[in-house]
Ligand binder design. Structure first.
Ligand SMILES: C[S@@+](CC[C@H](N)C(=O)[O-])C[C@H]1O[C@@H](n2cnc3c(N)ncnc32)[C@H](O)[C@@H]1O
Length: 319
């Protein structure tokens, strides 16, 4: 088992933040220069597409009788193909910048995770697995009763009452969401696992990394960011927990390697990379989010400077 005395101090050049559309800005990165991609692209639900801000994008807005549903719950069959096409373009550039055997871990809303996976696969990746980020804090149960619609139907009052009775307990198909999917993709290796490792130091997991004391598993239970963690993420819609990202970075990369997050948001991946002694490139099209990333990285550097004494410091391997 590896045991290091101190968590690595983030070097000043450990984090590079780039403003712009990742499909363009990634072209500036060298071939095979990234060891791990860890990212959380836009969901492509209800306008939350590559333009991200609700209502500004090119994802078709839902219409008709489902118009009253809350954000994220409207069903529009055009959303999936739009996400798939977007991800195919993005992942084509990942294929170039990622070292052979390197992993891409991509968060996805569960109901579009198949489109996410196919878009990435179409770009040349091997889909290795589907992981689940599970949270136990109860999410809102958003299923809808149909009584409201029945009352507007052209039926007499007895007919409406009978239909409402027959629908008792029946709601629209939205179960309480208690996990998010993470697509695990791999750029094809060069030769065997060992040959690829010798050349690129990628393609194998660090099986000693554990979230819960057991072998690393496809289901990872970590609470959603609480008020402490949401605070620094300063108003971003969907910050991911740094502990979860740090676990994934330890599991799928080595210290000193380069992690890319092309949809950086409030910079959670950058904080996790610094905390685990990796370097990170983060891209986002919104300057306001990059500003939050900068602030959080500076806070992380301060935290590392006031690190705990050697024997209580975290190491890559916990098991
Ligand atoms: C789901 S959020 C990422 C949240 C992040 N994981 C965190 O913890 O804060 C997606 C981000 O992608 C950005 N984005 C959307 N389309 C983009 C594009 N084409 N290029 C770069 N960034 C983009 C949005 O501005 C948004 O901040």
């Amino acid at each position: 088992m590896a045991s290091r005395a101190m968590p690595p101090e983030p070097a000043a050049d450990s984090l590079r933040l780039i403003l712009g559309d990742c499909r363009e800005r990634m072209r500036e990165l060298a071939d095979d220069s990234i060891h791990l991609i860890l990212t959380d692209p836009p969901y492509f639900l209800d306008g939350l597409d590559s333009a991200w801000r609700k209502g500004k994008g090119d994802t078709p807005r839902a219409t008709g009788t489902v118009g009253a549903l809350p954000v994220g719950m409207r069903f529009d069959p055009k959303q999936g193909p739009a996400l798939q096409a977007f991800m195919r373009d993005v992942a084509a550039e990942w294929m170039r910048v990622l070292a052979p055997g390197g992993f891409a871990l991509v968060f996805s809303q569960p109901r579009l995770s198949h489109r996410m996976a196919v878009g990435i696969e179409d770009a040349g990746f091997e889909i290795r697995d589907l992981l689940a980020w599970r949270f136990t804090r109860k999410a809102q149960f958003k299923a809808f009763s149909q009584d409201h619609f029945v009352r507007k139907m052209p039926l007499d009052e007895d007919g409406k009452a009978a239909l409402i009775r027959s629908l008792e307990g029946r709601k629209t198909p939205q179960l309480r969401p208690q996990f998010e999917a993470v697509v695990l993709a791999q750029k094809p290796r060069e030769g065997t696992f060992v040959a690829n490792w010798q050349t690129w130091r990628t393609g194998l997991i660090d099986a000693g990394c554990s979230l819960d004391g057991g072998a690393p598993s496809t289901v990872m239970t970590v609470e959603k960011p609480d008020s402490v963690e949401k605070g620094p993420a300063g108003g971003h819609l969907t910050p991911k927990p740094v502990d979860l990202l740090a676990h994934l970075i330890r599991l799928f990369s080595e210290e000193g390697q380069m992690v890319l997050d092309p949809f950086m948001g409030s910079g959670s991946t950058g904080v996790a990379a610094l905390r685990t002694g990796r370097r990170c490139i983060g891209i986002d099209k919104e300057e306001a989010y990059l500003e939050i990333s900068r602030r959080r990285a500076a806070e992380e550097a301060e935290r590392a400077a006031a690190a705990p004494p050697p024997d209580s410091a975290p190491t890559d391997r916990k098991a």
